[in-house]
Design a protein around this ligand. Sequence first.
Ligand SMILES: *Cc1c(COP(=O)(O)O)cnc(C)c1O
Length: 485
Amino acid sequence: MNYEKTSTGIQFNEPLLWEKSVKNRSKDLFIESDVKDFNIEDSLIENGLNLPELSELDVVRHFTRLSQLNFSIDSNFYPLGSCTMKYNPKINESIASLDGFTFSHPLIKEKYVQGCLHVMYHMQEILKTLTGLDAATLQPAAGAHGEFTGMLLIHKFNKVKGLKKTKIIIPDSAHGTNPASAAICGFSPISVKSNENGIIDASSIEKIMDENVAGIIITNPNTLGFFEENLKEIAEIIHSKDGLVYCDGANLNAILGIVNFKKMGVDILHINLHKTFATPHGGGGPGAGPLCVRDILEPYLPKPIIKKKKEKFVLDYNRPDSIGKIHSFYGNFNIIIRAYCYILSMGKDNIKKIAQMSVLNANYIKEKLKPYFKLSYDRNCMHECVFNDELQRKNGITTMDIAKKLIDFGIHPPTVYFPLIVKNALMIEPTETESKQTLDIFIDAMKKIAKLAEENPEELKTAPQLSRTKRVDEVLAARKPILKG
Ligand SMILES: *Cc1c(COP(=O)(O)O)cnc(C)c1O
């Protein structure tokens, strides 16, 4: 085996600091106590300060090595479909670390934090312009939190209008958070099937739409990587019975600067700043899922909204119909700064290129790999493409084997077994930030895997061979993770 050199770097087995500790190494740090029967080390231990005894260099190496056990977008290609793992420009980090931002406090009076309010106000305005919608809140902390907020808005809208509605329509290609968000707000999710092209027909909505339906949550582009072409017609059907259209805009980078959501009939839309606008995510770090809405829902948005009055930025809490607060203060402010920097550094004219490049990259991969892996829907895609393991099955190779082997090439596996409507899905999203050279390395690795499936399936069944941790029992690893050493 001789895979790309990038994937065979030295990997350390890192013991715990406790295991590396050398008893009495720090003994000489403390002077002898002149109090009878008092030993300072014992006293520290008794007071819960039992620390491992290590040199500074031991500690530095330990944490540096731990940091290298992480796979990240800064180490290699990370084509996780439906997650948009794009490059996080370092300029965003520098600007978010400026003292004016990091030393600010959410309780400081408005007049002393005009710079911070400027960022939030303009971010609201930019998101409104980009989506074509009328109002925005920056508070939701993630996509799912945006969905939850959107469901609260629909609930409030119905309450004010005296409408009693209990159901939310959700396409079968939906992200798992969609039905969960509807259910957590007390709505019953009802599923609708996608057609043979992987999108929703207006006629199938027509069939299930009735007075009890509060609205639809529809992802566009959807999780199969296709544009929901019939959304305008679907929206008309939903609106005709006083329903509202919620669009899950987590995958906005495929249509950024190209599509006007208001014209498509969308009433509420969330945007994942941690996907579309290049802010870091993964590992449970903070995200941001701002919500944009049509004017009829503006009064219900969470408070405060940042407004501009006579050239000054102010926090508007005077919102009697608001659903209240859904995050402490104003949301994850530091993430908002990063996204704002990204948008400004792109500039108005380049925003569209984000979408064009992400679509081009996904289609490039799709076309190059089409002869080797079975495409679930053989048509032009948006920002991601979905294969499955049909061609490799005859040799006993599954999606999981393919994904695991990519680790030996130093590449993070794509999303697997999602979306659920594709059997054994392998969902690839390259993003617009990867170069053709990187895409070619990935394509080459995938071709080698297709060849191994024919010639040496055993090597795939036992992959990865080069990583520190080999094949694990997925279920056991999720239920009983071993977090030691
Ligand atoms: C990622 C994603 C979500 C959830 O976003 P989080 O920020 O992880 O809560 C919802 N819908 C779609 C389509 C997504 O891709």
